[in-house]
Structures are given as structure tokens and as C-alpha cells.
Design a protein around this ligand. Structure first.
Ligand code: ATP
Ligand code: MG
Length: 377
């Protein structure tokens, strides 16, 4: 609506996951490298957590665009399922035929047996199999336990299924529960995707405007950008909502520039007023929280390292202990992650220009652009 007014060819701040707008911040790149590293591992769980709207699903879509050959992926993003439904979805995603029992419905065991047979067969053909579950914070304890059992499928030398759990921060908390200790011990790598910093927020805004066709001066003045960071705390989805509304506000009052006052007014329209009013104090809390988190992260890194030594002795201790971005314990040494990251570097552009990876899905059907399972590869 306002695009032409600002010299843009299209809307810059839609909250749709349009791959053309993909912005690979350092932390998004690290998260992607983490997933790519994860699929090379030998089974167990890889965790990607992050704030609501931080870009986890965006990274996952990017990952799906560049899964290495010989890796078969099952992607489930609606995990409010029973254990049987989950297994049905996993079998569907891998395109596994589950033998029927005539009129009686197939059981959990039928699915596990069929999956096991498939994993052994594809493993013998040199394939890795990865199950990705997005929104994993919605999994029930029962289903998590079933997933754990799936990671027990193995040959003498290696695990047959790698599971990547992607979810909001409560996923981490869930794994601290005593009843999930067995699963937690099978986590071989974890990464927490933090929101953008202030400079990155500015770059993100400029990037989206540039992709939308901006040629001249950025419509948000410096103070406005600072306020956007305060109000959104660097969370991309919130940035999109706020910037979109602020541009609309400037447009409707015939102005070319967005200042702090317009941003504040827009925030009152798109966010809960109480949240907007507390933007500043919240930052202080976040800083205090970050210090605590840093300490926790170091502890987590230690726990990870201990766990990694038990479960994945070939993996180096996490570079995470030294890096705030990887504070929740990354899986690989700096060199390994660097290699995975540089491998990932070319792909965002590919993903960003690929028309294949666009829409959000309403069912557990594979996304367009998702690598085909073994049957068709
Ligand atoms: N790296 C990025 N580049 C461009 N846009 C992004 C990026 N990260 C997030 N976004 C924008 O923010 C929106 C929300 O991102 P996404 O759905 O990936 O977040 P999420 O962490 O999966 O959120 P949730 O916790 O709700 O599942 C995206 O649709 C996209 O518009
Ligand atoms: Mg998501």
C-alpha cells in the first residue's frame, strides 16, 4: 500500500517467511552451520532453540534447501500429535509403506518395525536419515519418550536416526525435567538463537528495504532505529510488525521519514501497550538475565562437554564456552563450525533466490524445495 510512496517495489516487512528477504546475520549463519554439522553426527538429538520469532523456522527452511546429498529428511512442524500419529507422520515423510493388518489399524510396533527396516536398508545404501521436528516445545512427554526410543535404532557401529528438535526456549526447560533425563543425555549438540543486536537490527531493516527495491535514503532515522531495537528487542518478527506499521503511519500522514514518535505510535498499535511501555526496563532485565545466562551457558557448556564425551567422543569441545552467540554450547570446534558455515554461505543466496522454498505449510506435507526422500533421490 505504502511501497510506492517510499520508492519501494514491494512490501518490505511482511511477516511471511519469504526467502527473498533472508538476512544471514552471524547468529543465523551459526545456527545453520549447527544444523548442517548436526546431520553429519552419529545419531542422538540436536537442539536448536530460540526466542519466539527469532528465525528458527527461517533457518530450518534454509537448511532444507541445502541438505547434503544422501541425507533423507523427514520434516514435521506440527507436533501436537500422539506417539502413534507422530510415527505415522514420520513414515509418511520418509515415504515408508507400513504393512496393513487388514481392517485392523496398524500399531505403534508396526510403524517402528517398518521404520527400522527402512533405516537399515538406506543405511546400507550409504544414506543418513534425519528427522526434524519444528515447534518441538509442543511435544508431550510421551511423544518425546517415543522419540528417544527411536534413537535406539542402531547397527553395531552407529545410530541410524538423527533427530533435530527446534523449539522455543521452554524446550530447553522441558529437557531439564527428571523424566526426560534419558533424552537429555542423548543431546549431542545444542544451539540457542538469540535475537539480533542493535547494529544487526539496523542492518536487518536496511537489508529488507534494499530487497524491496529501496534506492535512496533509508526512511527510518537513527533515533527511530534505536527505538525499534528497544521495542522489539531485536526479534525479527517483531521488527517486521513494527516497521510495517511505522511506514504505514508515515505514509498516512504524508511524511517520507519515520522518526521516534511515529515508531512509538506504531508500537501502541501493534504491540500490547504494557509491553511497549516496559521496553526500556525490560532491556535492563535482559542484560541482567544475560549475565546469568552466560554463567548458566558456561555450566551448560560443561554439561554438554561431559555429555559429548560420553556420547560423541569424536566431537571437539564446544567453541561455545568462549562465544556468547554459541553460549548454549555448540557442537563443534571453531574450525569445524567455520567449515560448515562457509559451506552454508553460498546457500542463503540460493535460498533467497529460489522460488521453491516459499509458503508456510498447513499440514505435515514436505515443504516445496525439501529434498526428496531416498525413494526419489
Ligand atoms: N534471518 C531472517 N531473515 C529474514 N527474515 C527473517 C529472518 N529471521 C526471521 N525473519 C522474519 O521473521 C519471521 C519469523 O521468523 P521465524 O518464523 O523463522 O521465527 P521462529 O523463531 O521460527 O518463530 P516461532 O518461535 O514463532 O516458531 C519470518 O517469517 C521472517 O519474516
Ligand atoms: Mg518457527
Amino acid at each position: 500500500m505504502y511501497a510506492a510512496h517510499f520508492g519501494l517495489k514491494r512490501e518490505p516487512f511482511s511477516i511471511a517467511p519469504d526467502p527473498r528477504y533472508l538476512f544471514m546475520s552471524e547468529r543465523h549463519r551459526e545456527a545453520l552451520a549447527h544444523l548442517l554439522y548436526g546431520v553429519r553426527g552419529g545419531g542422538g538429538f540436536v537442539l536448536l532453540t530460540g526466542e519466539i520469532g527469532a528465525g528458527k523456522t527461517t533457518v530450518c527452511r534454509c537448511f532444507l534447501e541445502q541438505v547434503p546429498k544422501r541425507v533423507n529428511v523427514a520434516y514435521i512442524f506440527n507436533p501436537k500429535l500422539t506417539a502413534l500419529e507422530l510415527l505415522q507422520s514420520v513414515c509418511e515423510e520418509f515415504r515408508i509403506e507400513v504393512p496393513s493388518r487388514g481392517t485392523a489399524p496398524s500399531t505403534l510396533k508396526d510403524h517402528v518395525d517398518a521404520l527400522n527396516e527402512y533405516l537399515l536398508r538406506t543405511h546400507a545404501a550409504g544414506h543418513n536419515n534425519v528427522l526434524i521436528i519444528d515447534e518441538a516445545q509442543n511435544l508431550s512427554i510421551d511423544v518425546l519418550e517415543q522419540l528417544r526410543l527411536l534413537t535406539n535404532l542402531e547397527t553395531n557401529e552407529r545410530k541410524l536416526l538423527q533427530i533435530i528438535l527446534i523449539g522455543q526456549p521452554e524446550l530447553r526447560d522441558m529437557l531439564l525435567r527428571p523424566e526426560l533425563e534419558q533424552l537429555a543425555q542423548r543431546v549431542v549438540a545444542r544451539f540457542h538463537l538469540d535475537p539480533l543486536g542493535e547494529d544487526e537490527t539496523s542492518h536487518y531493516i536496511k537489508h529488507r528495504l534494499a530487497v524491496a527495491g529501496l534506492n535512496g535514503l533509508i526512511p527510518f532515522d537513527r533515533e527511530a532505529r534505536h527505538r525499534i531495537f528497544e521495542l522489539t528487542r531485536g526479534v525479527p518478527r517483531r521488527i517486521n510488525l513494527l516497521c510495517d506499521r511505522a511506514l504505514l503511519g508515515a505514509y498516512s500522514s504524508g511524511r517520507q521519514r519515520v522518526d521516534k514518535a511515529i515508531v512509538d505510535k506504531a508500537a501502541g498499535e501493534v504491540f500490547d501497550r504494557r509491553a511497549a511501555a516496559h521496553a526500556r526496563p525490560r532491556r535492563i532485565v535482559l542484560v541482567a538475565g544475560a549475565a546469568g545466562f552466560g554463567a548458566l551457558a558456561l555450566a551448560a557448556a560443561g554439561v554438554w562437554f561431559a555429555g559429548a564425551q560420553r556420547h560423541a567422543p569424536a566431537i571437539d569441545p564446544p567453541a561455545a564456552a568462549a562465544s556468547a552467540a554459541s553460549a548454549a554450547a555448540a557442537p563443534a570446534s571453531a574450525a569445524q563450525r567455520q567449515a560448515a558455515a562457509s559451506e552454508a554461505t553460498a546457500a542463503p543466496v540460493a535460498a533467497a533466490t529460489s522460488p521453491a522454498a516459499t509458503p508456510a505449510r498447513a499440514s505435515t506435507a514436505p515443504p516445496r524445495g525439501k529434498p526428496a526422500p531416498a525413494a526419489s533421490r
